[in-house]
Design a protein around this ligand. Structure first.
Ligand code: C6P
Length: 408
């Protein structure tokens, strides 16, 4: 690898989980697209909060509640700055990407009628298909699907043809979890704007790996999960352009999202709180704030540059293995490598690799339409993070040779 933008050994030292043996081997954790690992800074922030500051937020007059509220709202501001939203009013905390998209579907769905159209793409994760399918079943909206090509890239000319006067939303992945394809989201948003159609980007696989600037992209909605970007599980974000969020119908009701309630009249809270019913994931938000600090400390551009080098190293090494076929060869790719052998089932491969300390994901990756397009039941997927190193790739390649030897 060329000169590295950071000291990888120092980075790895900050992730305690990486330093263990699995099945008698050094752990090579290559399942980061499913969920990343956490550095000490995040583990410590969550632990410190529980040890010192925990109370419910926005409710108490007492000291701990103020401290917890400050830490929780401080995290919201960090996330706003991280994705360059204009205001914290645009940052809605959810439980993750899945809930962010469901929130949007259930809110915007109230403004749609039978026959209205939502455009998605063939490469979506089920989280960006099923919420729209539910609307289709419940109220007759129509889902239009933008095709992909053999490289796993969106066919933009075909996408352009799908817009009509009835299109109410374009909902599309920023980065595909199954293929690694990075979509040209700014161009896609510009296209949608020509038709006056708002755009939701599923950024679950983009935010952890590169700088995302929602104003530069000019999208209307952007969803992502904390647990894929070194933060805790159980929290995610829906960024929503304030002018749209302001007029969006409410979805979940309960405490926090109201200012006063009587049986005659309810006064709803300000943004973003009116979309956050109930006690929020406080420790998780604080942990996510710590993850943002940590990632920014390394620098998202450094992370992207390093992961790109790792991707090239791994792609070259895997391409040399007899019979291995990479699924997803887009020109613009994040550090995800899906692959198949015609004569070895992905699950068998995953099991043999695990016996050698190598963690990958196998199966359809919650992206059945992608698997159907490529005519495979599933793939083996190695997904990289900035704390992986060349030794992880060597271990993967060695383990694959062992597996090939066993099954042939
Ligand atoms: N993909 C994977 O192994 P949640 O579960 O809500 O945090 O994220 C859902 C989700 C939505 N969109 C994309 C593009 C995703 O990759 C994911 C999660 C994991 O690929 C688990 S299925």
């Amino acid at each position: 690898m060329n000169s590295l933008p950071f000291n990888i050994d120092s980075i790895r030292a900050e992730f305690p989980i990486l330093h263990q043996q699995v099945n008698g081997h050094r752990l090579a954790f290559l399942d980061n697209a499913a969920s990343s690992q956490r550095p000490d800074a995040v583990i410590d922030a969550v632990s410190h909060y529980y040890r010192n500051d925990h109370a419910n937020v926005h409710r108490g007059v007492h000291h701990l509640s103020h401290r917890a509220t400050d830490a929780y709202e401080g995290a919201r501001e960090k996330i706003r700055a991280f994705i360059n939203a204009r205001s914290i009013r645009e940052i809605v905390f959810t439980s993750g990407t899945t809930e962010s998209i469901n929130l949007l579907a259930n809110s915007l769905g109230q403004t749609m009628q039978a026959g209205d159209e939502v455009i998605v793409s063939r490469m979506e994760h089920h989280s960006n298909i099923v919420p729209w399918k539910l609307l289709a079943e419940r109220m007759g909206i129509v889902i239009k699907v933008a095709p992909i090509n053999e490289q796993g890239e969106l066919v933009l000319d075909e996408l352009a043809k799908l817009f009509s006067a009835k299109t109410k939303l374009l909902a599309i992945a920023h980065v595909s979890n199954a293929l690694g394809t990075i979509n040209p989201v700014a161009d896609i948003v510009a296209l949608a704007k020509q038709h006056d159609v708002p755009v939701l980007l599923d950024g679950a696989q983009a935010v952890p790996h590169s700088k995302v600037d929602v104003q530069a992209i000019d999208c209307d909605f952007y969803a992502f999960s904390s647990h894929k970007m070194c933060g805790p599980t159980g929290i995610g974000v829906l960024y929503a352009r304030e002018s749209l969020l302001e007029n969006m119908p409410l979805f979940m009701g309960g405490g926090e999202m109201v200012i006063s309630v009587s049986f005659e009249k309810t006064i709803y809270n300000d943004l973003p709180y009116r979309f956050e019913a109930g006690t929020p994931p406080i420790a998780q938000a604080i942990g996510l704030g710590a993850a943002v600090d940590y990632l920014e400390g390394i620098g998202m551009d450094n992370i992207a540059a390093y992961e790109h080098q790792l991707l090239e190293l791994a792609t070259t090494a895997l391409s040399d293995i007899d019979g291995l076929r990479i699924i997803g060869t887009a020109a613009e790719k994040a550090a995800v490598i899906s692959f198949v052998f015609d004569d070895i089932h992905p699950h068998d491969l995953g099991t043999v690799l695990d016996h050698q300390g190598v963690a990958i994901r196998t199966g359809h990756h919650c992206a059945n339409p992608v698997m159907d397009f490529f005519g495979v039941p599933g793939t083996a997927r190695a997904s990289l993070a900035f704390y992986n190193d060349a030794e992880d790739i060597e271990q993967l390649v060695k383990a694959l040779h062992v597996a090939v030897g066993m099954f042939r």
